[in-house]
Ligand binder design. Structure first.
Ligand SMILES: [Zn+2]
Length: 569
């Protein structure tokens, strides 16, 4: 016996067997059972999801000889006593059920020949004359016009079933006269279930994992999955391993995807070349590989954003594993990776040598984290250059060059330690009044910053902020002033980790990039105790003057720095 392709051999014989369209087939069965028939149906949905199969089942149901009227349970071909009508429809040779493939018969003449001229002729033997028009959106405008009249006023006992993968291309005049049924793409798990039934019946030994890989490659289409299964069987015979599936279908397995992800996480561009070489040696399709990685990145993003298992139906690995990989990246990282790889994938269409394209695309992906920080840095330098060239800070910055008056310093010291935000903003008002040039650009959010630090359990930072004699936001700078007695707090804050946490928290609270400026200043009027102390003081004031210089501030903010020493020219 010759080999019959799975899709044909296993074409559903009952409405219940149409995988993944349960609601839709039940609705159809009910309307058939209760005689609520429509004269025109439009089935829309992706390829291979059961549209034509369902159309044939409807035709069978309308004409089955086993009942005196339309029946929701027509004969199955496995049924030895199947009636002539059902048998002929299944074999595509029924006189009263005409199938037209609009993709190859787009012209108006075809529509006239096959439909218009025969529509008036009563059914030859059966109850209904059924026209199944596949890919109906491919018909020409003239053909649609010719069809319209018939669909508008169909003769009795004529039913049109139109199927399309492009419902939006079907003219409104036609679709508005049809009862619409939207076919869903089929969940991977459901496709896998069906493939398992087929494998068991045909005595094919295959693991669940391998079945899942085939189902996944079908991408929501039962027909594609089944023809994939055919390919795998002709490649590997009746003993199928996961590796065979990956080889036969040229798909990237979970292990390759994991390698790509760890390559990105660990910045290992060399790994990119090794992976592509592997794929080429194993004869994989590189474009499919890109799509697999894109799908995987999407899955990681889903895990990160929602974690809804329903959305992870076609993922290549267990959710726990996805979770582990997703934790390596931020949401925006994953979005950037996705966009970059999507560009690579799109460029493959016209690439003379796809291998190079994929290699470079993957290297780019694996260097992305490093490149991103570099790009960020270049941006900052460019901004700085512009500022230097203009000899002044960028226009949006309102920092004054004037040194703060000592009186207002005290006021802001109080504001720094004020606990309620209303008091704090009242203090800020007072400060602004007495010192217009240095007016903070917004209400001082110290309390919010502290609250955020409490959440991060950074109590040491809060203690240090509390110890400051002055802590205020001026323009884009958070200036924190200590006395020589409390300078160890400054040292604590200046530690790279702490400084980073403080900067990030401030920037987050203020909604913009905030720089941190430290200074040490003792009460004025206090006589220097020694010459050593005097020198210390003069250095201090030089540092302070430097800290007030807008260009210096710009540099500090651009590089997250701190003034350590000031040397006279
Ligand atoms: Zn029948």
């Amino acid at each position: 016996m010759s080999y019959q392709v799975i899709a044909r051999k296993w074409r559903p014989q009952k409405f219940e067997d149409v995988t993944g369209q349960e609601v839709l087939t039940r609705t159809l069965q009910n309307s058939i059972e209760h005689g609520r028939l429509h004269h025109a149906y439009l089935f829309s949905g992706a390829r291979g999801v059961g549209k034509t199969t369902t159309a044939r089942l409807v035709a069978k149901a309308l004409n089955c000889h086993k009942a005196t009227g339309p029946t929701p349970t027509p004969c199955a071909m496995t049924d030895a006593t199947a009636c002539a009508s059902c048998r002929e429809i299944a074999e595509g040779r029924s006189m009263d059920v005409l199938e037209i493939d609009a993709a190859s018969n787009t012209g108006v003449d075809n529509v006239r020949d096959v439909i218009i001229n025969s529509v008036a002729v009563a059914p030859a033997r059966d109850r209904y004359k059924v026209f199944i028009i596949d890919e109906v959106h491919m018909l020409s405008g003239a053909a649609f016009n010719a069809l319209l009249k018939t669909v508008e006023e169909p003769p009795p006992r004529v039913v049109f079933i139109m199927a399309t993968t492009g419902a939006h291309k079907v003219p409104e005049t036609i679709s508005s006269r049809c009862q619409l049924f939207e076919f869903r793409t089929i969940a991977t798990a459901k496709i896998a279930e069906r493939l398992r039934v087929i494998a068991d019946a045909d005595k094919i030994s295959i693991s669940d994992e391998a079945i899942r890989e085939i189902a996944r490659a079908g991408d929501g289409s039962m027909r594609d999955a089944q023809s994939g299964f055919d390919q795998v069987i002709s490649f590997a015979g009746e003993e199928i391993k996961t590796e065979d599936v990956e080889k036969a279908l040229g798909i990237a397995g979970a292990d390759v995807l994991a390698r790509v992800i760890s390559g990105i996480a660990e910045n290992k561009p060399a790994e990119a070349l090794a992976i592509v070489d592997d794929l080429v040696m194993r004869g994989h399709n590189l474009r499919n590989f890109c799509r697999d990685v894109l799908g995987h990145l999407r899955d990681l993003l889903v895990v990160k954003v929602s974690g809804d298992p329903k959305l992870l139906d076609s993922s290549s690995m267990p959710t726990a594993e996805l979770q582990k990989q997703a934790n390596l990246f931020s949401e925006s990282d994953l979005v950037r990776f996705f966009h970059s790889l999507a560009e690579t994938e799109a460029s493959l269409k016209e690439a003379a040598n796809p291998r190079y394209q994929v290699e470079v695309g993957l290297v780019k992906l694996m260097e992305m984290r490093r490149l991103a920080s570099l790009a960020d840095l270049i941006g900052r330098i460019a901004k700085l250059e512009n500022a230097l060239r203009a000899g002044k800070p960028p226009a949006e910055r309102k920092t004054s060059q004037a040194a703060p008056a000592s009186g207002s310093s005290k006021a802001s010291t109080r504001s720094a330690s004020a606990s309620s935000s209303t008091t704090a903003s009242a203090m800020v008002d007072e400060v602004s009044d007495s010192r217009e040039a240095l007016a903070p650009t917004s209400a001082f959010p110290l309390d919010q910053i502290k609250a955020a630090l409490v959440k991060q359990k950074r109590r040491l930072l809060i203690a240090a902020l509390d110890a400051a004699r002055r802590a205020e936001l001026t323009g884009d700078d958070f200036s924190i002033e200590f006395t020589s007695e409390t300078r160890h707090y400054r040292d604590t804050l200046a530690k790279i980790d702490n400084l980073k946490a403080l900067r990030e928290t401030c920037s987050e609270v203020c909604g913009r990039d905030i720089g941190i400026l430290f200074s040490i200043k003792d009460d004025e009027g206090e006589a220097p105790a020694s010459s050593e102390e005097a020198e210390h003081r003069s250095k201090q004031s030089a540092r302070q003057a430097a800290a007030q210089n807008p260009i210096v501030q710009q540099v500090l903010r651009a590089f997250g720095g701190e003034i350590v020493d000031v040397k006279a020219p």
